[in-house]
Write a protein that binds this ligand. Structure first.
Ligand SMILES: Cc1ncc(COP(=O)(O)O)c(C=O)c1O
Length: 380
């Protein structure tokens, strides 16, 4: 079946007890057993819950994986993946990961004996050069936040495979509709479902999807043993969200491209970072690896004062952290999402004080452009 059909139907068969077309929210902590050892497949809701199980089946199919696991947040999902490792193991990670992931690595997992090297994963030879005899995992995001650099997943997967190392890809920015890392040879896909999968800015959650049976078994064990599971109501919200994922991602991509083209023409905008533009240095790779350019972009206003003027003047775009909802969000990476990154490192990554990030929503694009137009006019 096609992606949109799977999104609506996989894991979401009518409820066998009542015929309800929507998977019920099984708001229960435990399940009554008929007799010792005889039950209907569910014993205790941390181990397994039917609403969460429906979402896990659905997400596994959408990513082209064999098994999915839903967690309490994107960070809980990433943390579960990292507990596949042991003290003494080394990880090669992208140099521009989501700040919370970098914080988890540096300020939590370092204390448990893991070590990390951060490299520009856009250059696969740099990834290979950073490998050590104890490297067990390569962890990447593509595109990166907020400058939208793209890593060739297949090229990095080949390196990982030839050295017997796992490759994990945080696919939050794209969603499985626009990019399926397992198809390109990755071993593990991670999501903050808080973003495009939920799509409506009304829940925090995370997911991990894998193909390999041994990895799946270990993650199932970790999910139950560590217990950072997604609750039934939040699982249900994501299940509802994914039904419109294909439609939403098409519209995010259409609106994203129209806004990026408008910004690129604007005399007060110095640069636009968007993989759908021909001016993007990896436009060709983006077209090969992604089904569409998505709704994330950033643009350079030239100074902190200019960025502040734009952020203060928008009326339709909302100034807020997060991304991937139906409504357009605007933010200032240097002082918001990337405030914990030291200024020198931010400069190296191109995260200047004048950079503004947009999560382009699915409103009427003319309204978005009109809003940005009047906000950019505030730059003196
Ligand atoms: C790319 C990426 N990965 C992971 C996360 C963490 O997800 P959560 O906030 O659901 O814990 C975020 C959050 O912004 C993100 O942008």
């Amino acid at each position: 079946m096609g992606f949109a059909t799977d999104a609506i139907h996989i894991g979401q068969e009518p409820d066998p007890a009542t015929g309800a077309i929507i998977v019920p929210i099984y708001q229960t902590s435990t399940f009554v057993q008929e007799e010792l050892g005889k039950h209907k497949g569910y014993e205790y809701a941390r181990t397994s819950n039917p609403t969460r199980a429906a979402l896990e089946r659905n997400l596994a199919r959408l990513e082209g994986g064999a098994a999915g696991f839903a967690f309490a947040s994107g960070m809980a999902a990433a943390n579960a993946v990292m507990t596949l490792l042991k003290a003494g193991d080394h990880v090669v990670a992208g140099h521009n990961l989501y700040g919370g992931t970098y914080r988890l690595f540096e300020r939590v997992l370092g204390d448990f004996g893991l070590s990390f090297s951060y490299v520009n994963t856009c250059r696969p030879d740099g990834v290979e050069a950073a490998l050590r005899p104890n490297t067990r995992l390569i962890f990447i995001e593509t595109p990166t936040n907020p400058v939208m650099e793209i890593t060739d997943i297949a090229a990095v997967a080949r390196i990982a495979r030839s050295h017997g190392i796992l490759l994990a890809v945080d696919n939050t920015f794209m969603s499985p509709y626009l990019q399926r890392p397992l198809d390109h040879g990755a071993d593990i896909v991670i999501h903050s479902t808080t973003k495009y999968l939920n799509g409506h800015s009304d829940g925090v959650g995370g997911a991990v999807i894998v193909n390999d049976a041994a990895l799946a078994e270990r993650l199932r064990f970790i999910q139950n043993a560590a217990g950072a599971v997604l609750g039934p109501f939040d699982s249900w919200l994501v299940l509802r969200g994914v039904k419109t994922l294909a439609l939403r991602m098409e519209q995010h991509s259409r609106n994203g491209l129209a806004v990026a083209e408008y910004l690129e023409r604007h005399p007060r905008v110095k640069t636009v970072h968007y993989p759908g533009l021909r001016s993007h240095p990896q436009h060709e790779l983006a077209q090969r690896q992604m089904r569409g350019p998505g709704g994330m972009l950033s643009f350079e206003t030239g100074s902190l004062e200019n960025a502040k003027a734009v952020l203060k003047s928008v009326r339709l775009c909302s100034l807020a952290e997060s991304l991937g909802g139906v409504e357009t969000l605007i933010s200032h990476p240097a002082s918001m999402t990337h405030a914990s990154v030291p200024p020198e490192r931010r400069r190296q990554l191109g995260i200047t004080d004048g950079l503004v990030r947009l999560s382009v929503g699915i409103e009427d694009v003319d309204d978005l452009i009109a809003d940005l137009d009047q906000a950019l006019a505030a730059i003196t």
